[in-house]
Design a binder for this molecule. Sequence first.
Ligand SMILES: [Zn+2]
Length: 382
Amino acid sequence: MFYKGKNSIQMNHFFKVITLVCLLFSSLLTFGNPPNDDKFVVVLDAGHGGKDPGKVSHGYNEKDIALKIVLAIGKELEKDPKIKVVYTRKTDVFVELVERGRIANKANANLFVSVHCNAHTSSASGTETYVLGLHGNKKNFEVAKAENEVIFLEDNYETNYAGFDINAPEATINITIGQEENLSQSIEIAKMIQDKFTNTLKRKNRGVKQAAFVVLHQTIMPSVLIETGFITNTEERNFLKSTSGQSKISHAIVEAIYGYKTIIDENTGNVLISPHVPVTPVVATPEETLNTSNNAIIFKVQIASSSRDLPLKPENFNGLKTISQEKAGTIYRYFYGATNSYDRAKVLLKEAKKSSYNDAYIVAFRNGTKISVTEAIKSASN
Ligand SMILES: [Zn+2]
């Protein structure tokens, strides 16, 4: 029909339709992965399962306790339409560590939370949350080794985890730059989880730690592995196996996830640092005097985190001056600038981004302690 006669309008129309179809097709290709409708995607990973019971003590299996806690976390989070929950397992099945990572990566997750229980002598107690890293010490190595041993139950572990010697205390894992960037976020959520366990549940705090967990090595988003307590300790086992204990633990984790999500929301734009809101140009004022008295709010721009202790010279930071550093665990965080003004902080953020720190974000401190930017703005304007 289109070729009948000399109607160039019809021909034009034909090409328009073809172009449209091509455009549609290419956009389908581009957006092959659903963008999750701007939801905050949490992957919940119940440790072990199926033929791998995890630790066993007095007839209780780690795999069962971990699953119950995970399902309770998921049940609470699923009530929130802004959150999407993805599980690596919802039943008593065996899932390879590499597959757990694949599930999280495929889901474009914002956060990966793996739930486990510890085991040692009957006197050992307390909770600890791990982020990926080299084993800080022998104790961390022992915990990671025990959790990593599950790979020997997998069929293709030699190929799946090539080069990862789980028996080597000085694990030679290759932590990618992306994973290193995720570390500061992982430490952030790990700290929040430990704080909730300690302050709200009054559990003994063994702290935020780093070790080479195979499962954390598979994911490309901020990821933590929680040891919720020792099933070898009578008091902790009784707590972990009880419905009320599981519900308290899961609720504490949910609250920590919300605390973390708030910080992420503040820094990813829609709320406070929207790129559409014009930033008032502020001329750099090096003579700006920083109020460091008690309760003064100080904003900085976090530009990077690294396991390396870099000298604070401009040449190490794409030419940026006034860099400061903070050590958290074995990770160094690097900040650009320091100001009492949120408006000025937004300008500093722009400067950092111009210097290729595209993932930089604003952080706030009071009395040297990190607080949420929302809280800081409220306090600063009071
Ligand atoms: Zn485990």
